[in-house]
Ligand binder design. Structure first.
Ligand SMILES: NC(=O)c1ccc[n+]([C@@H]2O[C@H](COP(=O)([O-])OP(=O)(O)OC[C@H]3O[C@@H](n4cnc5c(N)ncnc54)[C@H](OP(=O)(O)O)[C@@H]3O)[C@@H](O)[C@H]2O)c1
Length: 338
């Protein structure tokens, strides 16, 4: 049945895919955003506004559900929830698996959530992002109770990903010449877990239609994907044949390579993150989450990246500069020969 959806955000990555899927399914879509991160898709109604400011532009509407795609501070999420109380039947909050307190063991939806050292902080950084998401969830629950649907995605990947973290790998492989050494982190059997933004969008629409509530971890099933498979899919999609050189985590750490940022998706040897990519996602899969084949995600992400204007194909915040990678490969060859 067609729904009327309000999307807070909806022009950039996760929200954009959600808007696209909702429009394709015949739902009515209204986007609320500032107009800084892209244009609304054709067919969507657009309301301009800043969630940090005046929300009165939302006071005339009525929707079946809101999907809040850009909530990072509990005060702002609480204000949005209050403004929409009585105007939407269901509040869907895009949270994160980072909301959990601890990643040494796999987390299920009832695992303890992170707690802020300073409950009044408005600084969103590596330390506060997760516990702030947990506090945002609580703010939604306080206003919407059983009508709150809390979506905790793992790493979100696919076309339009502005972070470059996953895209780094297909792009790096595609940039390599046949036979060129390419540095790979850890071990080919290291586990990876993520969610294609299009599968996330489909699940959100499905969960809303089913009247689901409560929390859902949304990602591939644990132990399905490994780093070696990812690079193999990158090779197949790119049609290049680099020489993949695996460097152990211990060796990379000794070279001061920083996990996640400089070698995307690699988490090093930190026991505090041992199960970060092994969360329990059974509740979402039982409720209808379907994840497309990894090869499709890789190929589509590469095609999207290749179609970007050259000035947008860089990775300013992600990955190793090529010079540094070459220097490390040379040292690795020496270390392995001795
Ligand atoms: N990327 C991941 O791996 C990952 C993993 C887990 C969870 N998540 C969660 O997924 C959600 C979506 O991520 P994303 O990267 O797609 O989102 P995002 O880049 O934070 O959100 C961008 C969207 O929100 C709008 N927006 C931003 N600030 C706004 C404001 N003050 N008022 C109104 N609209 C505003 C933007 O439009 P304007 O700029 O035009 O306003 C744009 O449409 C986030 O909540 C994130 O925490 C992401």
């Amino acid at each position: 049945m067609p729904q009327r959806l309000l999307i807070i955000g909806g022009t950039r990555f996760v929200g954009r895919h959600l808007a696209e899927a909702a429009l394709a399914a015949g739902h009515g879509v209204t986007l609320f955003n500032r107009g800084q991160s892209g244009e609304p898709l054709p067919g969507a109604e657009s309301i301009r506004g800043d969630r940090r400011g005046d929300l009165s532009a939302l006071a005339a509407g009525r929707w079946d559900a809101v999907v809040d795609c850009c909530g990072y501070l509990p005060g702002e999420v609480a204000a949005m929830a209050q403004a929409l109380k009585g105007r939407v039947d269901r509040y869907v909050f895009i949270s994160s698996v980072s909301a959990y307190a601890d990643f040494r063991q796999p987390n299920a939806e009832d695992s303890p959530l992170g707690v802020l050292a300073d409950p009044d902080t408005t600084v969103v950084d590596g330390d506060t992002y997760g516990p702030l998401k947990a506090a945002c969830e609580q703010a939604v629950r306080q206003v919407f109770g059983e009508q709150a649907l809390l979506i905790r995605p793992g790493l979100v990947v696919g076309p339009h990903d502005h972070t470059g973290r996953f895209t780094w790998w297909p792009a790096r492989v595609a940039s390599a010449a046949d036979g060129e050494p390419l540095l790979a982190p850890g071990h080919p059997e290291d586990e990876l877990q993520f969610i294609d933004a299009r599968d996330l969008a489909a699940f959100v629409l499905h969960a809303v239609a089913q009247g689901e509530s409560g929390a859902f971890n949304v990602a591939t099933l644990p132990r399905v994907h490994q780093f070696g498979d990812l690079l193999q899919h990158c090779v197949e999609a790119a049609g290049t044949r680099p020489q993949v050189c695996w460097a152990s985590s211990a060796w990379l750490l000794a070279q001061q390579v920083s996990p996640w940022d400089q070698m995307p998706l690699w988490l090093g040897e930190d026991p505090g993150y041992a199960a970060f990519q092994r969360n329990n996602t059974l509740r979402a899969h039982d409720a209808g989450l379907r994840c497309r084949p990894l090869g499709e995600t890789v190929a589509d992400t590469l095609a999207w990246w290749r179609a970007l204007p050259a000035e947008q194909q860089g990775f300013p915040k992600t990955g190793l500069p090529l010079e540094r990678e070459r220097e490390l490969l040379s040292r690795l060859t020496t270390a392995q020969a001795s």
